[in-house]
Design a protein around this ligand. Structure first.
Ligand SMILES: Cc1cc2nc3c(=O)[nH]c(=O)nc-3n(C[C@H](O)[C@H](O)[C@H](O)COP(=O)(O)OP(=O)(O)OC[C@H]3O[C@@H](n4cnc5c(N)ncnc54)[C@H](O)[C@@H]3O)c2cc1C
Length: 297
């Protein structure tokens, strides 16, 4: 037996929870199915989330958003959706032996950062020794000694952004030394590059880069740019591939599969909470307007 709903929302981060609040206030039945790994849970304190002048931690924001969706009786289920299939008049979602039949699906599954493979990662993020989003928090790192860690190919582009915040920016390539052209651009920007092959370490407060020759350099903060984990074959049943976080959508957030919408980090090039909020409002309103009218008695 499958539960029947107007809309199934996959993912209970800022995007999915906002969509649930809108849809319940449109008096539509919906379920949020959430695996519980929102990127937002890593945010020690956000200072660019509208409405929180003193800042807000990701966990507090998620708790408030769940409470808000709960105010309107949103059904939030802890589970990981493994498969979505088109059924002709909607979609069937499966998570283990649970199933939901929905007229529409809103995909709000976000992205999972690929992190350095070290046991101290979460502790370093919590104290700002590691930062994952320069748009979000480079402001807090201004004038600090900033390291940028990741494949040599993309590092200079990240340095260009971060150089506006600090005179001390150092590249820490994870795979090979910078190509000559990149090294020249780094020099032009006034950015140093250390030789590849070192390891990142954490002393409880700050990250160090220990080079292959044994030398050790300390950073106030390090931005790792290691890409994102994919979503496996979640969408192969509907002919889409969501692994790169760049699902294409129309101005209503609808994918090329009618009735299947996508919002938040899984779509946007700008992975921000405020973008997730806006996309959720647009998708939920379009879904509502396209469902049959439910005249009120
Ligand atoms: C350290 C850090 C700091 C940040 N700071 C800021 C900031 O200051 N300001 C800002 O605007 N943004 C910030 N961000 C970015 C922000 O967290 C994301 O843009 C935001 O969380 C995206 O929301 P989302 O709902 O699209 O995805 P997420 O918040 O990632 O939520 C997606 C949810 O979907 C669930 N899910 C995935 N697959 C499935 C499945 N198959 N079945 C069921 N559930 C599934 C996940 O478990 C997760 O709970 C930061 C991110 C990080 C990592």
């Amino acid at each position: 037996m499958a539960d029947q709903v107007d809309v199934a929302i996959i993912g209970g981060g800022p995007a999915g929870l906002t969509a649930a609040t809108y849809l319940r206030r449109f008096l539509r039945s919906c379920v949020v199915i959430d695996a519980g790994n929102s990127r937002a849970r890593y945010i020690p304190e956000s200072h660019n989330c509208p409405g929180f002048p003193q800042g807000v931690s990701g966990r507090e924001l998620l708790a408030k958003m769940r409470a808000q969706a709960g105010t309107f009786d949103a059904d939030i289920v802890e589970a990981r959706v493994e498969r979505i299939e088109a059924t002709g008049d909607g979609f069937r979602l499966s998570a283990g032996d649970r199933h939901w039949d929905a007229r529409n699906v809103i995909l709000a599954t976000g992205l999972a950062d690929r992190l350095p493979d070290v046991p101290w990662c979460e502790d370093a993020i919590a104290c700002g020794a590691l930062r994952l989003c320069a748009v979000c928090d480079a402001y807090e790192a201004r004038d600090q000694h900033i390291g940028i860690h990741g494949p040599a190919d993309g590092l200079v582009g990240h340095a260009r952004f971060l150089r506006a915040y600090s005179p001390q920016v150092t590249l820490l390539p994870s795979d090979r030394d910078l190509a000559d052209e990149d090294a020249a651009q780094a020099q032009e920007l006034g950015v140093r590059a250390l030789p590849a092959g070192g390891t990142l370490e954490f002393d409880g407060e700050r990250c160090h880069y220990r080079a292959a020759d044994g030398s050790d350099e300390v950073f106030d903060t390090v931005y790792p740019y290691l890409g994102y984990e994919g979503h496996g074959d979640l969408l192969t049943g509907v002919g889409l591939d969501a692994n790169e976080g760049d699902l294409r959508v129309d101005p209503h957030q609808q994918t090329r599969v009618p009735g299947l919408y996508a919002i938040g980090d899984i779509v946007s090039g700008l992975n921000q909470i405020s973008v997730a909020f806006g996309q959720a409002a647009v998708a939920a309103t379009h879904v509502h307007n396209n469902l049959p009218l439910l005249p009120r008695d």
